[in-house]
Design a protein around this ligand. Structure first.
Ligand SMILES: *[C@@H]1O[C@H](CO)[C@@H](O)[C@H](O)[C@H]1NC(C)=O
Ligand SMILES: *[C@@H]1O[C@H](CO)[C@@H](O)[C@H](O)[C@H]1NC(C)=O
Length: 216
């Protein structure tokens, strides 16, 4: 199947790490998980909801696979999402490390392969986690006098259920803006089986995205 350059650019806007909310004022300091266990955090997560980018088209079926290298302590990231209308799958790879400035805390310094070297790494701050159920992740970067926030609710299953729903809601009510989240479509009816996820893979080109952003 074929994708136009424009649709490639559009789907790039919705990869994790590039969903954002403009916020007045400098980055807030939010409390992160203490005694963070990176090993338990590894594996597959389904994205349940996220903060959108204002120009964001639909990107759904977002899954993240974290793999820890026991030797280096580095985490390999594989993000995958589907643009249902285009029947296209988009992948992004990166790495994460627990940050030495925040020993034992839920802070991951994340960098994607296509990120230009001059762009600083993102800090993914884990506001809440139950390792076999859910995680609430928040990131903020300074943008002049203002800040740009990203947030994700991740789940080990394609849906969030039971007490996880109220736990996640409590975290959001305290620190984030529920109204600003958009729901990510998940499940067989939208995302198909595992095979559908490998049909057409477009490698994410961040530099083009940055160009697009700076033209906004
Ligand atoms: C996650 O990535 C690891 C390492 O590449 C791989 O072995 C594993 O099968 C992946 N898990 C899933 C569910 O795709
Ligand atoms: C871990 O990283 C080391 C050094 O980069 C590499 O040689 C090794 O293959 C990696 N192990 C896995 C399981 O990826």
């Amino acid at each position: 199947m074929q994708l136009t350059a424009v649709s490639i650019l559009l789907v790039c806007l919705v990869l994790p790490g590039f969903r954002a909310l403009d916020v007045a004022g400098p980055c807030r300091t939010l409390p992160v998980v203490q005694s963070f266990d990176v090993t338990q955090y590894m594996g597959m997560w389904y994205e349940i909801q996220r903060y959108p980018h204002r120009n964001q088209p639909n990107g759904d079926c977002v899954v993240v696979n974290y793999t820890l290298n026991q030797t280096t302590g580095e985490v390999a990231i594989l993000n995958r999402m589907r643009v249902i209308a285009d029947d296209a799958t988009v992948e992004a790879r990166g790495t994460a490390v627990t940050d030495p400035d925040y020993p034992g805390q839920g802070v991951l310094r994340v960098r994607f392969e296509e990120t230009p070297p001059e762009v600083p790494a993102s800090y993914y701050r884990i506001l809440g986690v139950v390792y076999d159920r859910y995680a609430v992740v928040w990131s903020c970067r300074q943008n002049g006098a203002n800040s740009v926030e990203s947030a994700w609710v991740l789940s080990r299953a394609p849906t969030l259920e039971g007490v996880s729903v109220s736990n996640v809601k409590a975290i959001i009510d305290q620190h984030l803006d529920q109204e600003s989240f958009t729901i990510t479509k998940q499940g067989e009816q939208y995302c198909g089986g595992a095979a559908a996820l490998t049909t057409s893979i477009v490698v994410f080109i961040l530099s083009v995205f940055v160009m697009l952003q700076s033209n906004n």
